[in-house]
Design a binder for this molecule. Sequence first.
Ligand code: GDP
Length: 436
Amino acid sequence: MSGEECFQILNEIFQPKKQQNIEQIKGYTIKYGNIVENNEIIDEVLVSYFKAPKSYTTENMCEINSHGGNIIIKKILEACLNHGAQLAEAGEFTKRAFLNGRIDLLQAESVIDIIHAKSEREAKTSMRQLEGILSRQIKQIKQQILDVMVNIEVAIDYPEYDVEEVTNQQILNMLQKIEHQLLKLESSFDNGKIIKEGIKTAIIGKPNAGKSSLLNAILKEDRAIVSNQEGTTRDTIEEFVTIQGIPLKLIDTAGIRETKDEVEQIGIAKTKKIANQADLIIAIFDATQDLSAEDLEILNLIQDKKVIILLNKIDLNTILTKEDKRLTKVSTHILKISALNNIGIDQLQEEIAKLFHLTEINLDNEIVITNVRHKNLITQAIQHTKEAKKTIESKMPLDIIAMLIKNILEDLGKITGEEVSEDIISEIFSKFCLGK
Ligand code: GDP
């Protein structure tokens, strides 16, 4: 519970073993006792006390830890509600932390990302955003813009000094610098997207090339399978594996498994569809045989994509070589493996990391944008910076320039939440789970 009256409500339903006046109870303490409603003990609990402003929401807060189990929890919740508490909306605790000014909007959004993180890296990036690293960077850029504004105000207010020429050049230089920083943030989004959503990866190859053996080898290698997300049809089962902390979202793994008992195999139309969805294609060929017409057709379909070619079954006598022109034409990332014997799976993982520059994503030194809303606002701010620069170059009056520069400030203010509308705030917090 959070809010002014939470201790009062607690007092009516909680009987601590050692009675104490609320004034005497310090924040960050835990007390032991029973939740009692209508003279009946509901459960034996521990209650944590947090006193304003030192709490998650900055309000008075208490947390009741019960033995768990749906019935007990429901009864405790009902007891709280009976005594005047209101059910929290999704994300309400974090929303209060934001509205009460403890965290900015960007940090609140990172809480959602931490909760939903699918990989260690994503959790780590989100954690850094919660700590405020991105907020500080945005604030710093905003400060630079404010400095520009001060220069402009001076030039507008004291035109008799004829400082305009100099000021124009100064403003231009500063805008240049700001644009550079914004561009850097914008470009970090590609990495951010990978960290957050994973690399959509498809394994393709003709029947018996070794797709399901490869899938098993990858899944076995990766002890940290994050989740199996069942889609609307069996066709769209997605499996996550992580490589160097980055999630791979394996698409159409159901298709691979299904082909086992099907007479009609993968089919060109389907390969095409899968290839279009994927960020990465792992094309697997049986190296003990020459490339068949079907293999060539597959190669033809994927030639414009990011492709890693695997020559499988190297434990047997092989015919295909890495130098084969028909293969190198499509991709230079060719590896010899044995899916069945787990040979080359490590190298495959390294190759993927290399192909997506994953080793260069250094989370400790770099600020990474992971949120589309932030990315779009930064893109907008860059656009406004460009417009402002153009206006200066075409020697427009300073007050017009000042207006344009204010747009940049507004864009950035929307990221941290100072300039954002009620609707957007509601939308953001609706993504939270209850009780967060
Ligand atoms: P899929 O139809 O592409 O999924 O292929 P599978 O993974 O089912 O493999 C087809 C056959 O090739 C199976 O009998 C596998 O045991 C065999 N196979 C797969 N990989 C290897 C390998 O590296 N070496 C050998 N010797 N056999 C393999």
